[in-house]
Ligand binder design. Structure first.
Ligand code: SF4
Length: 230
């Protein structure tokens, strides 16, 4: 976990095992993606992920981390004094206590979003949480783990993201858009893999096909590069 005076958790009463999370880092940054791009946001990065996408930029979250209770996470989040909170990973839903954490953050008055690979069941996620599901494209190497049943649990405030490595991924994403009528149901985001696909090229493809999606680039990468905790 990235430890600063602001993120160090105070000792808390012994929580139950179901109440504990392994946390890689908690930090304040600007939301770099999705509908709330640019907003000051506290990120809670949970440790561990069952996937291994070829372009993963958070492999440092695969292991390690610090054990914290839900209450301790809430306390650190509150110290940052912003409304927006994103729970991310790794794959947050790989930890059972992620669901109570999401609910507790909502109960505390935060605007909460969840970044998930979509490989794990999202049915139990608090409906107040904005789900951002990263539907894995073939070039990630993990498209076989997409849990398409998750698309049934999406509401109008949720978002589906495609991270696109090249033309083959783009064409696959376009086919999924049509097959599941996604744009009529949720906000759909198309994003180039940073450093692999020229953003302008993806923008041209989207325009040529008049796709009803939102093009995005990872704002934080342009501001701070691949620095963890930003
Ligand atoms: S799902 Fe996310 S954290 Fe897990 S390997 Fe893929 S990109 Fe990395």
């Amino acid at each position: 976990m990235k430890v600063t005076s602001q993120t160090r958790a105070e000792p808390v009463a012994e929580p139950s095992a179901l109440n504990r999370l392994r946390i890689t880092e908690i930090f304040l940054s600007l939301q770099g993606e999705a509908r709330d791009v640019g907003r000051p946001t506290v990120f809670v990065r949970l440790t561990g992920c069952p996937l291994r996408c070829r372009y993963c930029d958070t492999a440092y979250a695969f292991s390690g981390g610090t054990s914290m209770s839900v209450e301790a996470v809430l306390k650190v989040v509150a110290e940052h004094a912003v409304r927006h909170v994103t729970v991310t990973g790794g794959e947050p839903l790989a930890q059972r206590a992620a669901l109570p954490l999401l609910t507790a953050l909502c109960d505390a008055g935060h605007a909460v979003s969840l970044e998930t690979s979509g490989a794990l069941d999202v049915a139990g996620v608090d409906p107040r949480v904005v789900k951002v599901i990263d539907l894995k494209c073939p070039d990630s190497g993990e498209a076989g783990k997409n849990r398409l049943e998750n698309l049934r649990h999406l509401g109008p405030h949720d978002q589906v993201k495609f991270v696109i490595y090249g033309r083959a991924d783009y064409e696959w994403a376009r086919s999924q858009l049509k097959a599941f009528d996604l744009a009529a149901r949720v906000e759909v985001l198309f994003s180039p893999v940073h450093g692999e696909l020229e953003p302008a090229l993806l923008a041209e493809w989207i325009l040529a096909d008049r796709l009803p999606v939102r093009f995005q680039i990872q704002l934080h990468k342009y501001l701070w590069g691949d620095t963890p905790g930003r």
